[in-house]
Design a binder for this molecule. Structure first.
Ligand SMILES: [Zn+2]
Ligand SMILES: [Zn+2]
Length: 144
């Protein structure tokens, strides 16, 4: 649902601009997921933010495509340029967005790494952020 009076906190789009979105509520800080699926979906480590379902407003030219990536989750991408855009688990009350598709300033920060058990062997991590072998991050979407 689009609420025209909502404040836009952030905007984003795919590479070609066919899929555009805006966010009218608080956003979660960024989690870097190193799992095999996220690396295949995005091309490498997936830096992801999130927002409550009702705060994400998507406009597309019929190019937003969905791939059922597991029993309860699907991933959204642009059918024209291939940008990885969304992760949607039907059991969650939030939607996950690829941080790389957000326009600057994003207003979010990278805070943690997850699924290092499946990390690629072609890079190393040099930061001091928390690192989890599997899920286990405790980042939440702030209250409005
Ligand atoms: Zn596109
Ligand atoms: Zn992942």
């Amino acid at each position: 649902m689009t609420d025209q009076t909502s404040t836009v906190h952030a905007t984003g789009r795919c590479m070609c601009g066919s899929v555009r979105y805006s966010i009218s509520g608080p956003m979660r800080d960024v989690v870097a997921c190193h799992c095999t699926e996220c690396r295949r979906f995005t091309g490498s480590v997936w830096h992801a933010s999130a927002t409550r379902r009702g705060d994400l407003h998507v406009r597309d030219n019929g190019q937003l495509k969905w791939f059922q990536s597991s029993l309860h989750a699907r991933r959204g991408f642009c059918g024209n340029c291939g940008s990885s855009l969304f992760f949607d688990n039907e059991r969650n009350d939030y939607m996950v967005m690829t941080a790389g598709t957000l326009d600057a300033p994003t207003g979010v920060r990278h805070r943690t790494h997850i699924f290092l058990a499946e990390k690629g062997d072609y890079y190393e991590l040099a930061d001091d952020l928390p690192k989890h072998e599997r899920a286990g991050h405790r980042l939440t979407i702030p209250e409005a």
